[in-house]
Design a protein around this ligand. Structure first.
Ligand code: AMP
Ligand code: GLY
Length: 430
């Protein structure tokens, strides 16, 4: 079986590594991949961009690819699955219509409300319909979101109504391009976040292991929001009772609602959940793809063949599948370039990768490329060092032993990934 993975980040390195480990898989192509996928056995990078839909369909047809898995949201929102379907090619992911759940936060909020799924109270505005009076009447803090895709940067937590007004104005004025033409403003929700990711086949759902991301750049959840600085799995905050509640109140109504609306959902579906102090699982966002960096620890624990699960989903028989999980915890530490997330420096040679390869655990590459035979940085999030262990504390030790072996000028990473779970393991009150 030949597999194509679309994308070039840490999530895609983990997908390629996982798929290449299946006995039935002869080769994994990655478009475009990175220096990590280039070095992976049975994996080959192809110089086709993740958003070049025509190029990707040509590649899949020419290489007789049996199954394509899309990593990032942009090609999904642009309709890559529809294009593959029209060309008779098998591609795991939601159609353009179903991917609107991520592509338009305005659409997602309206969908959540219509299907009675818990989420923050909100209003959606265009520049023309903007109601400053409504904003002033809300209790701060307020969360202001560009409705369209903004590479994880389109969410601003405003401490006052005045700041919310100024933020909305900046978005209308083009701060996030077309993504800010519509703006969602919502109440700030307190609680603990968890990432709840499932596979769906249009009708049935197979939940993946739970995880928790760390969105802020600095220790103690301080500093600017990022794409994610580290994640671990499982997330103890999602107790068995909470798991059942999220399935019943969020995932099942979402999948049923999409089918009832005429846009059945096939693919990975990621619900970002804020668990309120009273236990309500509020949806912060939907993503139409796997999370990055959540995928790295999740796939490090997946014992089942992922390609078989994707195939089952494409054949609408996910209800007959079960995923097997390594009972150990996995934890991934994102190593970022200097200046991340604002102005990133690139081109720095990365030292210590050979030594790290001798240690237990796994380093997934994200923003890396090969330059004259050397691995150099080429993006904000550069590597993700994943460790496994009997509990989150042990997985954390293994992950940091790996991370501490690797160095480049300006490297930065959090020292406290997993701190909430480790406090729980030590018996601190949740
Ligand atoms: P989103 O892209 O919508 O998930 O937002 C990015 C991050 O902003 C989330 O992971 C949360 O940490 C935070 N966030 C988003 N919406 C809210 C909200 N209503 N209340 C509190 N925090 C939020
Ligand atoms: N780690 C958050 C995301 O993938 O959106």
């Amino acid at each position: 079986m030949k597999i194509l993975i679309v994308g070039g980040g840490g999530r895609e390195h983990a997908l390629a590594w996982k798929c290449a480990s299946a006995a039935r898989v002869s080769e994994v192509l990655v478009a475009p991949g990175n220096a990590g996928t280039a070095a992976e056995p049975r994996v080959r990078n192809v110089a086709v961009g993740a958003e070049d839909i025509a190029g990707l369909t040509r590649l899949a047809a020419a290489e007789r690819v049996d199954l394509t898995i899309i990593g990032p949201e942009a090609p999904l929102v642009a309709g890559v699955v529809d294009a593959f379907g029209a060309a008779g090619l098998r591609c795991f992911g939601p159609t353009q219509a179903a991917a609107r759940l991520e592509g338009s936060k305005a659409f997602a909020k309206e969908f959540l409300r219509r299907h009675g799924i818990p989420t923050a109270r909100s209003a959606t505005f265009t520049r023309e319909s903007f109601d400053a009076g409504w904003v002033r009447a809300q209790t701060a803090p307020l969360v202001v979101k560009a409705s369209g895709l903004a590479a994880g940067k389109g969410v601003v937590i405003a401490a006052s109504a005045a700041e919310a007004l100024a933020t909305a104005e900046a978005m209308f004025a083009g701060r996030f391009g077309a993504a800010g033409r519509e703006v969602v403003i919502e109440e700030f929700l307190a609680g603990e976040e968890a990432s709840f990711i499932v596979m769906a086949d249009g009708a049935h759902v197979l939940p993946l292991a739970t995880s928790q991301d760390h969105k802020r750049r600095d220790d103690g959840d301080r500093g600017p929001n990022t794409g994610g600085m580290g994640a671990y799995s499982p997330a103890a905050v999602v107790t068995p009772a909470m798991h059942a509640r999220i399935m019943r109140e969020v995932i099942e109504p979402a999948i049923a609602g999409l089918a009832a609306d005429g846009t059945p959902y096939t693919g990975f579906l990621y619900a970002g959940i804020m668990i309120a102090p009273d236990g309500t699982p509020n949806v912060l966002e939907f993503n139409c793809r796997l999370g990055d960096p959540e995928t790295q620890p999740i796939l490090a624990r997946l014992a089942s063949d992922l390609t078989g699960l994707c195939e089952a989903a494409l054949e609408r028989r996910l209800d007959r599948e079960r995923a097997q999980w390594d009972p150990r915890a996995a934890l991934g530490v994102v190593m970022a370039a200097g200046g991340y997330p604002d102005s990133v420096r690139t081109g720095d040679p990365i030292e210590g990768l050979e030594r790290a390869a001798q240690l237990p655990g796994k380093i997934f590459h994200a923003g890396t490329r090969l330059e004259a035979g050397r691995v150099v940085t080429s993006g904000g999030r550069v590597l993700c060092a994943v460790g496994l262990g009997a509990d989150v504390a042990a997985a954390q030790r293994q992950a940091y032993a790996l991370a501490d072996t690797v160095h480049w000028t300006g490297v930065q990473y959090r020292r406290d990934i997993g701190f909430r779970a480790i406090a729980r393991e030590r018996g601190a009150p949740a």
